[in-house]
Each structure stands twice: as structure tokens, then as C-alpha cells.
Design a protein around this ligand. Structure first.
Ligand code: GAL
Length: 671
């Protein structure tokens, strides 16, 4: 039993301890209790010598208990009241030296008259409070400072001392057990500086002293102190690694709960650890294996199951991977079930795969509920080299019967180094029983190395919606009739941002930005949906195509029909940056389109809620719910562009509105 003069905390005198080695691994500590308290409180105690055996740390705690608490024994938020971390031996954020009210452990600071507790709103948590030296206090270079003691069993400890310094730069020193472990550490203004040191504790208590012996007469160099953590340092050996392996195991059958990527990292680390456990290792290797296994286990990410649309948030598929279908389209289509061979209806999402950044192929997802999506893979791959087209079995299968010239064209249009593949949309053609994808096919040409020089519409076909889609060609489309004002006569038939629409009579149309994005066009497709209904040279204005809003500069078209009325939502042209939406209405696809203005209501309406339209589709026939799909492009990191799906609202006169919601479901689409 360790006897302390507990009632006399303010005098800050601690019992003097000496230790003597018993030679049996344990240390004997000789505790000399003071005969009289030196602070003048008048209390007398008979002098006595108590000999106590201080147990080894590993004798009183199970590895499991320590592992769970990350070996943290004390996390002192100096001069604060908020607990920032739960050390095993502590139940309050900070305290003057004495018995902890919850754990009974003796710990805390030695109160000094010059210590001032300061709260700081410029920092949060452990940076929100600190000890300072009171202004005008007399300063002793060696003595003035902050002293803490922590009751600890015998063992090795890692001590971290943190300084959040709102003042001019200065230096601090840290002594552990009377030894200078951190020397003249520079702590800069408005920076958090940490020092970590390890020490051996043999006498039952760790002593920490933080001070600045170089302060001289300059009060601007006074020491400060924000936090201290004390962690046990385990003995990293084969036995401990065994414990880690046992504790950080995923039960068999539960592997599928985690995302493939996080599970793969975990498995790699686990195999490395198992390899080490089977052989001989150095302590440093055991430590590395333990720490890496623990980190990978902690980072196992559970696959999410969605029951709502979480607008603009990370959206992962049923394997936990980020959904990659930007500039996309969702529709309900008949698909052959792989297991039964039966035709079933599925929701189908195609879009740009931006997992590698700007350039990528086309990916598809299927779903039964619109919330949870299954990746159907890359349905049209881009090509890494011209040779790959003739050597890779995937491409050989698709293009085995193409001429050299056609293969050159496939490479030019789908190259992973130069091609731009954007805004893919898919149609199922009942007559040919083929799935047809159209996309904005762009990239440099022989005349220009701009990414958007080709300005064409690409076509690819497949027997199945999950591909692989065979690229046919890319085309320039219809041109401005001679009797109308062409806003970009120097380059004819351009086609960039695009969409597709099939009317109730089965006629399909392509809607796209032309004339250097200044004029939208709608052109009729042939019966197979693989090309224009009529060649541009013979196309008749008003029958085969129309020009919309010449010079208005609209893109990102999304066309849909509701109650016999046709709607076309569009954006302005500001690259990846969002802008104000505008929609139009007509009584037929090639009819007269009327400008109805911005459908967005509320904050951020001027940026379409930080999104750009890509598709509007009927999601719930019974309720008549249409969903607006937009892209929130992240130009710095296109892979992490997000999706903005919102329910479209309609008034009695058919006018359309969009309100922003952070989360919603098909059960109650509007709040
Ligand atoms: C936008 C367009 C996107 C993409 C982007 C590139 O205007 O809608 O699909 O092409 O420009 O800057």
C-alpha cells in the first residue's frame, strides 16, 4: 500500500520515494512518508517506512484490455474540463495531484501560485485550454514550470506533450523522471507542436516537468502546456502479435460486410502478420506488423445499404465502391437474368467512369430500388494502345472483323490518352433487339490538339446492356440551313453535350449542343437508333431536325415527357462550374419550344444547387415522381464528383420546380 498525505494537495509536496531492485524482475519501492507536512497545515503523521512491491505493468492488465484502449492510460487536457480521450487511469480532464475520483489512481499537476489556466476559443478540444505562467510572476530558470505526476506500474511508457501556441515562437524542455528527454523544442505561433518520448518507470510514478530554462528575463518566452498523454509501450513479440491476430480477425462468413478495397488491404496485412508469426522476427518487425494490422482492421469499411437518396454525399455500390456513372442516364429496361434466363425489368444507370480521372470508359449499374446499385462493369472500355486492339482478347472479340482503317478510327476515338468520352446514354431497340449507346465523342483532330476539337457524337452497340459495346463510329451531325443564321459557320455539324429521347411512337431523337455550344439541336434517329434518320446533306429542317434557341448557349440537355407535354432542362456553358438552369416546354419534340425560365427555387438556385443536369426520368409511375439527376462536378478531382438527385415538382399548369433536399425517399418525395 502506498501511503500519501492525501489531504494536503495544495502544499504540492509529494512523498519521497526510493527504490531498490529485488533482483526478481519486480522493483521494491521504499516509501518514506513525511513526518510533518511542509506546507504548514499543521498535520502530523508518524514517520514510517513502507516497503512495497510495484507490479509490472503486464501483470495487472490483460493485453486485450490495453489493446482496446489503445494503451492509453492518461490523456490530460491541461487546464481544461472536456475529456478528449479516455485514459484507463483517469476520469477527469485534468486535476491537481491526488486520487482520481473514478479510478483511485494518484495523478495530476502540482499546483503552483504562478500557474494560470487559460481558455482559448481559437483552438478546439485539447487546444482550447492551456497552462500559462501568470503575468509578472517571478521566474526561476530551473524551477518555474509545470509539474505532473502519474501513478503507473513498472514498465515502459510513451509520453506525448502537446503545445498549441498562440504567442510568439519560443522553446520548451520536457523532463521525464528527472531526465531531459525533449530539449529546446521550438513551438511556433498558431501551430500545434507535439513531442513524443519514451521512458522507463520503476518507482510507481512518472514525473513530467515542462519548462523553459532559456527564458531569461523575457516573459514572451514563458513555457505553456496544452496536453499530455501517457501510453503503455507493450513488448512487441510473437505472443503479442498472436493476440493482435486473434483480436483483429473478421469472423468467417462476414468478409462480405466490407468493401472489397478495404478488405483487401486488411487481408494483405493479415497475411504479412501471419507470415511473421510463423517465423522469427525482431521486436521492430513485430511492432510494425501489429500496428499495420490494427490500422487496416480499424479501416475496414462496411458496405452501405441505402433506403434514401443522400443528395451530394458519397454514394457506393453494393460492393462498397464509389459509383462511377457521371453525366449519366437512368431508365427502366428489360434485362435477361443471368441465373434464370428470364427477361426481368431493372433500373439501369449508364455514365462516365471517372475512376481514373478525366478520361475513362462507360460504366453501367443495375438496381431494383434506385437506391442500391450493382456494378455491371465497364460496358465500353477505352483503349491503351493501337496494338491492344489486335492483341487483347476483349478487343479482338469486338473488332476482329474491322479493317485496319476502322481500327485506326476506333483507336483515335477511344484512346485512353486522348479521347474524351462524355455523357453516354443508352436505348434499347425493340426491332433489332440491340442496346445502343450514344455519347459525346471528342478529342484532338489532325487540325487541333484541343480536347474538344472533334465535337462529334459516338455510337456503340451490344446485344446485352452490360456489354461489351462495340464502337461503330463518331459523327458530325446536322448543319444550319442556309436561310438561317449559323452561329459558328467555320465548323459544321458539331455535337457535344447530348442526350437521347424515345417518343411514345418509338421514334428516337438525339438532343445536343452544336455551333460551338451556341445552339441546341434535336435530330431524329433512324429505326435502328444507330445513325441519323436522314443524312445531313438531305435532312429537312422541321422534319428531320430543329435548331433551338440559336445563340442562347445551352448544354447538358435532359428531355422528358409528362402528360403529353415535353420538357427540356438545360444548363449554361461554364465548363465544370455550375450555373443557372433553364427549362423549355413544347407540345411535340420537333415543335415550338417555349422558354419557361429557371425551375430551381431557394438558396443556391443560381447554380442549380451546385449541379448540372444530365437526365430526368419517371421514377414512380403510381405517384408520378420524376427524378432530376445532376452532376456536382469536382474539377480538382473528377473521380469524386457527386450526384444530385432531386424530386421534380409540378404545378397544375404543368410548370416544373426543383427544391433542394439533403435526403429524401420515393415514399415521401417532397417534404
Ligand atoms: C461541361 C460539360 C461537361 C464537360 C465539361 C468539360 O460544359 O457539360 O460534360 O464536357 O464541360 O469542361
Amino acid at each position: 500500500m502506498l501511503v500519501l498525505h492525501k489531504e494536503c494537495l495544495l502544499c504540492s509536496i509529494l512523498p519521497k520515494r526510493k527504490h531498490a531492485d529485488t533482483g526478481k524482475g519486480r522493483k521494491r519501492v521504499l516509501v518514506v512518508v513525511l513526518a510533518a507536512c511542509l506546507c504548514g497545515c499543521g498535520r502530523q503523521e508518524p514517520a514510517q517506512d513502507i516497503v512495497e512491491e510495484v507490479p509490472l505493468f503486464w501483470e495487472i492488465h490483460t493485453t486485450q484490455e490495453l489493446l482496446e484502449g489503445d494503451y492509453l492510460l492518461y490523456y490530460v487536457n491541461c487546464a481544461g474540463t472536456q475529456m478528449e480521450g479516455q485514459g484507463l487511469y483517469q476520469s477527469s480532464a485534468d486535476q491537481a495531484y491526488g486520487a482520481d475520483a473514478g479510478t483511485g489512481k494518484m495523478w495530476g499537476y502540482q499546483p503552483k501560485e504562478y500557474m494560470e489556466a487559460v481558455a482559448d476559443t481559437s483552438g478546439e478540444g485539447v487546444m482550447g485550454s492551456r497552462w500559462e505562467i501568470q503575468e509578472g510572476a517571478s521566474y526561476d530558470a530551473e524551477e518555474t514550470g509545470f509539474y505532473y505526476d502519474f501513478e503507473l506500474p513498472q514498465g515502459e511508457y510513451e509520453v506525448t506533450v502537446g503545445f498549441y501556441n498562440p504567442f510568439s515562437a519560443r522553446t520548451v524542455c520536457v523532463d521525464l523522471e528527472g531526465n531531459r528527454e525533449v530539449d529546446s523544442l521550438k513551438i511556433l505561433k498558431y501551430k500545434l507542436t507535439e513531442a513524443v518520448a519514451t521512458t522507463e518507470v520503476t518507482d510507481g510514478s512518472l514525473q513530467v516537468k515542462v519548462y523553459n530554462p532559456d527564458r531569461g528575463s523575457d516573459a514572451m518566452k514563458d513555457p505553456i502546456l496544452s496536453y499530455i498523454t501517457v501510453k503503455a509501450v507493450p513488448v512487441y513479440d510473437e505472443a503479442l502479435l498472436g493476440q493482435y491476430l486473434e483480436q483483429m480477425a473478421v469472423p468467417s462468413g462476414e468478409e462480405g460486410r466490407y468493401t472489397a478495397s478495404s478488405y483487401q488491404v486488411y487481408q494483405e496485412k493479415r497475411e504479412e502478420a501471419l507470415g511473421l508469426a510463423a517465423g522469427e522476427g525482431q521486436p521492430a518487425e513485430y511492432r510494425k506488423a501489429c500496428e499495420e494490422l490494427k490500422e487496416a482492421y480499424g479501416e475496414l469499411e462496411e458496405i452501405k445499404v441505402y433506403g434514401t437518396f443522400q443528395v451530394g454525399k458519397r454514394w457506393t455500390d453494393d460492393e462498397g465502391n464509389l459509383i462511377q456513372a457521371h453525366g449519366g442516364q437512368v431508365q427502366r429496361i428489360p434485362v435477361r437474368d443471368a441465373a434464370t434466363g428470364e427477361m426481368v425489368e431493372k433500373w439501369w444507370w449508364v455514365g462516365e467512369d471517372k475512376s481514373a480521372g478525366y478520361r475513362g470508359g462507360i460504366r453501367a449499374y443495375s438496381s431494383d430500388d434506385l437506391y442500391n446499385w450493382h456494378s455491371e462493369g465497364i460496358v465500353m472500355r477505352n483503349v491503351d494502345s493501337r496494338e491492344q486492339l489486335e492483341e487483347d482478347p476483349y478487343f479482338q472479340e469486338l473488332y476482329g472483323d474491322y479493317t485496319e482503317e476502322q481500327l485506326d478510327n476506333v483507336y483515335a476515338c477511344l484512346s485512353s490518352q486522348t479521347a474524351v468520352i462524355e455523357r453516354p446514354k443508352m436505348l434499347y431497340n425493340q426491332k433489332t433487339d440491340m442496346y445502343v449507346i450514344w455519347f459525346h465523342a471528342d478529342g484532338p483532330t489532325q487540325y487541333s490538339d484541343s480536347n474538344y476539337a472533334a465535337a462529334s457524337a459516338g455510337v456503340a452497340v451490344s446485344r446485352t446492356p452490360n456489354g461489351p459495346f462495340r464502337f461503330i463510329d463518331r459523327y458530325r451531325l446536322n448543319t444550319c440551313p442556309k436561310d438561317q443564321e449559323d452561329f459558328y459557320p467555320q465548323s459544321k455539324g458539331m455535337a457535344r453535350d447530348m442526350n437521347l429521347f424515345v417518343d411514345e411512337d418509338g421514334t428516337a431523337y438525339i438532343i445536343y449542343s452544336s455551333e460551338e455550344n451556341l445552339t441546341l439541336y434535336i435530330s431524329r434517329l433512324n429505326e435502328e437508333y444507330t445513325y441519323l434518320a436522314t443524312d445531313p446533306e438531305e435532312a429537312v429542317y422541321g422534319e428531320d431536325f430543329i435548331r433551338l434557341f440559336p445563340g442562347a448557349q445551352r448544354e447538358a440537355p435532359a428531355l422528358f415527357v409528362r402528360d403529353g407535354s415535353y420538357y427540356l432542362m438545360t444548363s449554361g456553358c461554364t465548363g465544370w462550374s455550375p450555373n443557372q438552369a433553364r427549362y423549355y416546354r413544347a407540345d411535340s419534340v420537333l415543335g415550338e419550344w417555349e422558354n419557361c425560365g429557371d425551375p430551381c427555387v431557394g438558396d443556391d438556385k443560381l447554380t442549380t444547387f451546385d449541379s448540372q443536369s444530365t437526365c430526368i426520368f419517371l421514377a414512380d409511375e403510381d405517384k408520378g415522381t420524376y427524378i432530376y439527376m445532376g452532376d456536382r462536378w469536382n474539377s480538382e478531382d473528377l473521380t469524386n464528383s457527386r450526384y444530385i438527385w432531386l424530386p421534380v415538382e409540378f404545378q397544375e399548369d404543368g410548370s416544373m420546380y426543383l427544391h433542394y433536399q439533403e435526403e429524401w425517399s420515393l415514399e415521401s418525395p417532397t417534404p
